[in-house]
Design a protein around this ligand. Structure first.
Ligand code: AMP
Ligand code: ZN
Length: 467
C-alpha cells in the first residue's frame, strides 16, 4: 500500500482517497511573469512523479493546476508591485501578452521534461468574480475586514492557523518587519483583495471599488471550485508551507468549517552551488540555458530523480555532466537487453518488480527505485528485463523506449576546435581586465562560428549549437 509523507500530520501514512480509486489533487502552478527556472521545474517534476505514482497504483486522477496571471506581488506578501505588471512595463507589453507568452513557454518546458499536464488547468483571471464572492462571504462571516487599501483576512478569528507549519501567531509577528499598513488589525493579517491605485493596469469592479485579488485567495477559490470543499491532496514547494498554504487553509476552512485537504505534499528546494538562486548571482538557469550548452532536458529530469523529493538538491554543472553520462550509459545497458532473444524467469522479474514497488510505495523513493533498475540491468541479458524497465519508466518518465536508440549511438562529446579555445581564453582575459566590450565582441565571434558559451561558477561551458 502506498505511504506518503503528509506535511499536515508530519508523518508517513497510508494514502486513503475520499472516493475509492480516484485522487483529487491540486498543485500550485506558476506565476507567469518570466521563464520557469530549474528550481521551479524541480517542483513540477515532483508533482509529475506524484501523479505517475498514483497512476502506477491504479488510481484515476483529477488534477488541477492554476496559472497565476494576477495578484502575486513582488514580496510574496502584500506589498510590492504585481509580478505580471512589472514584467509588462519592462517589456512594453500588456499583462495579457506577458501571461500568455510565459504560459506557453512553461508548457513547452513541461513537454520537454515529460511532465504530464494535470487534467484541469485554470487561470486566475478567469475566476475573479468567484474570488469576489468568496471575499464577500468571508466579510459576512466575520473573517475579513476592509481598510483604505484592501480587504484583509483577520487571522486572530481563525484559531487553527499554523496547523501546517506549526507557526504560532505571536511568534510570527515577532519576525514581521515594521508594518507600512497600520490599518491592519494585526501585522500578520493578509490581503484578500487590493484596491487598485489610479495607475494600476490590472483592475476589476468589486463591491469595494476597482481592484485585484490577492494571491492566496486564487488557490482557495480554484481548488474548491473544481475539487470541492474537501479534497485528497495538495502539492507545492516547501516555501509555500508557512504563508501561502496556511493562508489557503485559513480561507477554505473559515467558510466550509471542514478540513479542506487530507494530504499535503511539499517538494524540497533546489539550490545552485550550495546556495540560493538569484539574478544578482547570475545562477538562475532555465531549461533553454541548459540546452544551449549541450544538455538534454531529460538529463535535468534524470538529475532531479537522483534526490528524494524531500531532500534539498544542489545543482552543479558537474552533477549535470554526471547525469548526462549516466543517462547515456543507461541507454547502452538497456539496448543490450532489448536486442537479446533470451528470456528471464518469472522469479527474477517478480523479485525486481516487488523491490521497485516497495521503493515507490515508501513515500515515492525514486532514487532507490533507480538503483533497483541499475541492479536489474546487470542481470544476464534478456528482452523481459527491457520490458520491465519500460514498466518502471511509467514513473521515471525518462522515455527509456527512445533512450536506447537516441543515446546508444553514443555521440562523441563535442570536440572544441583550438581556435575556439583560443577565443575563450582571450575572452577570459578581457573579462579579468574588465574590458567587457572586448569580451562581448569575442562572445559574438564565438557564436558566429556556431558555438554557445555560458559562464558558470565552474568556468566557461562551451558547446556546439545543435549538439
Ligand atoms: P512561483 O512561480 O514563484 O509561484 O513558483 C512556482 C513553484 O516553484 C512553487 O511551487 C515554488 O514553491 C517552486 N519553487 C520556487 N523556487 C524553487 C526552488 N529553488 N526549488 C524548488 N522549487 C522552487
Ligand atoms: Zn497556490
Amino acid at each position: 500500500m502506498l505511504k506518503i509523507y503528509n506535511t499536515l500530520t508530519r508523518t508517513k501514512s497510508s494514502f486513503v482517497p475520499i472516493v475509492p480509486g480516484l485522487v483529487c489533487m491540486y498543485s500550485c502552478g506558476p506565476t507567469v511573469y518570466n521563464y520557469a527556472h530549474i528550481g521551479n521545474l524541480r517542483t513540477y517534476v515532483f508533482m509529475d512523479l506524484v501523479r505517475r505514482v498514483f497512476k502506477f497504483e491504479g488510481y484515476k486522477l483529477k488534477g488541477v493546476m492554476n496559472i497565476t496571471d494576477v495578484g502575486h506581488l513582488m514580496a510574496d506578501s502584500d506589498d510590492g508591485e504585481d509580478k505580471i505588471v512589472t514584467a509588462a512595463k519592462k517589456q512594453n507589453k500588456s499583462p495579457l501578452e506577458i501571461a500568455e507568452f510565459y504560459t506557453d513557454a512553461f508548457f513547452v518546458d513541461l513537454d520537454k521534461l515529460n511532465i504530464e499536464k494535470p487534467e484541469i488547468i485554470v487561470k486566475a483571471t478567469d475566476h475573479v468574480s468567484e474570488m469576489i464572492d468568496y471575499v464577500s462571504q468571508l466579510i459576512e462571516q466575520g473573517f475579513a475586514y476592509e481598510t483604505s487599501d484592501g480587504i484583509y483576512f483577520d487571522r486572530a478569528k481563525f484559531s487553527n492557523y499554523g496547523a501546517l507549519s506549526g507557526a504560532i501567531l505571536d511568534e510570527q509577528i515577532a519576525g514581521i518587519r515594521v508594518e507600512i499598513n497600520n490599518e491592519k488589525k494585526h501585522p500578520a493579517d493578509f490581503a484578500l483583495w487590493k484596491k487598485a491605485e489610479p495607475l494600476h493596469i490590472m483592475r476589476w469592479d468589486s463591491p469595494w471599488g476597482e481592484g485585484y485579488p490577492g494571491w492566496h485567495i486564487e488557490c482557495s477559490v480554484m481548488s474548491q471550485k473544481y475539487l470541492g470543499q474537501t479534497f485528497d491532496l495538495h502539492t507545492g514547494g516547501v516555501d509555500h508551507i508557512p504563508i501561502h498554504h496556511e493562508n489557503e487553509i485559513a480561507q477554505n476552512e473559515a467558510i466550509s468549517k471542514k478540513k479542506s485537504v487530507n494530504y499535503w505534499m511539499h517538494g524540497e528546494f533546489m539550490l545552485v552551488d550550495g546556495g540560493k538562486m538569484s539574478k544578482s548571482l547570475g545562477n538562475v538557469y532555465t531549461i533553454t540555458d541548459l540546452e544551449k550548452i549541450g544538455y538534454d532536458a531529460l538529463d535535468f529530469r534524470y538529475f532531479c530523480l537522483n534526490a528524494h523529493y524531500r531532500s534539498k538538491l544542489n545543482f552543479t554543472f558537474s552533477g549535470m555532466d554526471a547525469a548526462k553520462k549516466t543517462r547515456r550509459n543507461l541507454g547502452i545497458q538497456l539496448a543490450k537487453h532489448k536486442d537479446s532473444n533470451e528470456r528471464s524467469s518469472t522469479e527474477i522479474l517478480n523479485h525486481y518488480r516487488n523491490l521497485f514497488k516497495k521503493a515507490i510505495e515508501d513515500d515515492i523513493n525514486v532514487p532507490l527505485a533507480l538503483g533497483i533498475l541499475f541492479t536489474m540491468l546487470k542481470e544476464s541479458k534478456s528482452y523481459d528485463i527491457y520490458k520491465l524497465a519500460l514498466e518502471f519508466d511509467s514513473i521515471f518518465g525518462l522515455s527509456l523506449d527512445k533512450t536506447t536508440t537516441d543515446l546508444v549511438e553514443d555521440r562523441e562529446e563535442a570536440i572544441i576546435p583550438d581556435d575556439i579555445k583560443e577565443l575563450i581564453e582571450k575572452r577570459t582575459i578581457a573579462k579579468a581586465n574588465k574590458d567587457y566590450a572586448l569580451a562581448d565582441d569575442i562572445r559574438k565571434q564565438i557564436q558566429e562560428r556556431g558555438y554557445q558559451i555560458l559562464d558558470t561558477k565552474e568556468g566557461v561551458k562551451v558547446s556546439k549549437v545543435g549538439d
